[in-house]
Design a protein. Structure first.
Length: 179
């Protein structure tokens, strides 16, 4: 059992089920799930919600197109929060914290509201998007409702022909989180 306090019991139970299934699955890549950071770990400028999440799960590689960063990797990707010339998006490191990628497009934690923000599907180049789309009310909800459920297949744009080959979906099934 994960010994982290900050996460909800549902998050802890979900991560524990995934870790157990991964340990029993010799055919899946070990780096799929990150470890945890300890209670004393602090990082300047990192939102508390992200640190609390990393105390339960320090990153997840959900396949080639969806990644939730661990603390170290997130700190390396904050350049996505900076303003981009001619982009209509209000990019600002004071407002956003990059927490992952979906199809090579950054996913942000809204520092003020705590919501997880992405770019609407219709945009090819993320910097050309005119607005953010709220993907979830918070990081824990994003993981539990979008990544640790069959909803992941839609988010990752996995078609029916590839479903049986996706390691993250295999892990979700083996953990009892997907059919």
């Amino acid at each position: 059992m994960t010994s982290a306090n900050p996460g909800s019991s549902r998050l802890i139970a979900t991560v524990d089920a995934l870790r157990t299934a991964l340990a029993e699955s010799t055919d899946l890549l070990r780096f799929t799930l990150g470890g945890t950071i300890d209670e004393e770990t602090a990082a300047d400028g990192v939102p508390q919600e992200f640190l609390d999440f990393c105390r339960v799960l320090d990153g997840a590689s959900c396949g080639p197109s969806v990644q939730l960063f661990g603390l170290e990797e997130a700190e390396e990707h904050q350049f996505y929060c900076g303003p981009v010339v001619d982009s209509p998006l209000e990019l600002s490191p004071e407002k956003l914290f990059c927490v992952g990628m979906i199809h090579e497009t950054p996913v942000f934690l809204d520092r003020a509201g705590g919501g997880v923000l992405g770019i609407p599907d219709e945009h090819r180049e993320w910097v050309d998007a005119e607005r953010f789309e709220r993907l979830a009310p918070g990081l824990e909800a994003f993981f539990l409702e979008r990544l640790a459920t069959p909803e992941y297949a839609r988010l990752a744009m996995i078609d029916d022909a590839l479903v049986e080959y996706d390691d993250w979906l295999k892990l979700l099934r083996r953990a009892g989180l997907a059919d």
